[in-house]
Design a protein around this ligand. Sequence first.
Ligand code: PEP
Ligand code: MG
Length: 544
Amino acid sequence: MGISKTYKGTAVSEGYGIGKAVVIKEAELDYSGVKFSGADNECKRLDDAVNRYTGETKALIESLKKEAGEKNAEILEGHLVMLADPFMIGQMKENITSSSMTAEKAVAEVCGMFYTMFSSTDDELTRQRATDVNDIKNSLLKILLGIEEVDIARVPKGSVLIASDFTPSMTSKIDSQNVEAIIGEVGGVTSHSAIIARAMGIPCILGVKDADNVFTSGESLVVDAVKGVVIACPSEDEIKKYTELKEQEKQERLLLKEYINKPTVTKNGITKAVYANIAKAEDVHSAVVNGAEGIGLFRTEFLYMDRTEAPSEDEQFEAYSTVAKAMGGKEVIIRTLDVGGDKHIPYLQIEKEDNPFMGLRAIRYCLKNTELFKTQLRALLRAACFGNIKIMLPLVCTVDEVLRAKMLLGECKAELESKGVQFKKDIKLGIMVETPAAVFVSDELAAVTDFFSIGTNDLTGYTMAADRGNREVSYLYDSNNPAVLKAIETVIKNAKNAGIPVGMCGEAAADADMIPRLIKWGLDEFSVSSSAILKTRKIICEYE
Ligand code: PEP
Ligand code: MG
């Protein structure tokens, strides 16, 4: 065994992991160095690539159907239909024979031609074909260039996933049964990859410099996501030490189980509530298992990711009503689409912005794209008949935004009414307070909303003018900074004055230093990742 080497980062999801590295790299599809090997051979290479792609895609379609991934299976079936069109392959071969192109160049040129054609139409469905043709191009190029990609959803048990940047859509594919730990370069405690890692209870370290280059797939790693240290090529002593620490941690988790069914009451008798933050309907199960008293934040944007079109009203209705039913009458706060910022959804075609965190995101995007917004509102109104659903608007800055959202909600009610569809007439509408503007006018906002939930992840960033994922300014990104604390205190005070409930769904709701302050100021509800519910409840129950 070689000498062990350590790398430092920021622990963003606590725990220990011992396993084998799986490095995920964005493949470079550069074929400029590939030489033309004769028309017959290039045509054969193309045929082989198409056959392999077709075979693998058919197998994937079958397994997706078994796992109820019907929507993705349909998309892939569409790819096969497109590729089976004799014109497409015929045109590629024509380019090879008449212009002496390599198979790679022929694929890129023909797919590129189709892409331009599809993406320049006004018809939404045809424009989506452009995304499909791009997927086909990338898949064929990877096969031709011999690039093997890691399938995140299917890594072997005991894997330590490593990438430069874990996008939310990458993280949401992870199977927690097989992943020991996650290591990344980009992001911090409140980045979305960290939030999902915590929700899944997977140890995670971000901010590891050059993470996707310093580690090699297959090498042994120990991940100490308490201290923020990764040990490559660990010694036997180190493995022994961390195996023991892992076991200890497991025991501590078992001890916390006594808090699963305990009421959240401080020693001096004040009742609070600990809710869960979820990203997908399935996450409701771990919320229930961990004793959540409600759902304080359902980040619905994850429903919109990893697909080529927005989820239909019925599909959203399914997801929201599933969560509502699983919570059996407990409060379920569902946040409307919070797209933009670091949450990119390609088919929504948000124009590239110089400063996306200050751009057309969240409620701003929804108020501009009212059909998409109303589809979600209708699904929420219908699903609310199956439980205690409340609607929450993200990134509100002005009273006018709330009033416009209310107007659209009213239109949705009228539409459902006229069609005779069942919906909840008096659904509650609240807002996230996550901008300094909302803090300053929180007294006025409290007059037009049913509840507040403080989003400290964004509120900290916007108050301190420090990006949540930027290591260079992480010393400023601190929810316990006096400026942020003043903002939080003001919001709670204004909610109390108006007599509306106030919760917190930013990561600070689980912060041991923050919790006593929040209790003192009168916060009603603490919404945290499922893995943090019991610890949070324990801290509240021990407060006197
Ligand atoms: C927040 O900003 O605190 C929040 C909960 O929203 P998100 O982290 O999804 O931006
Ligand atoms: Mg936010």
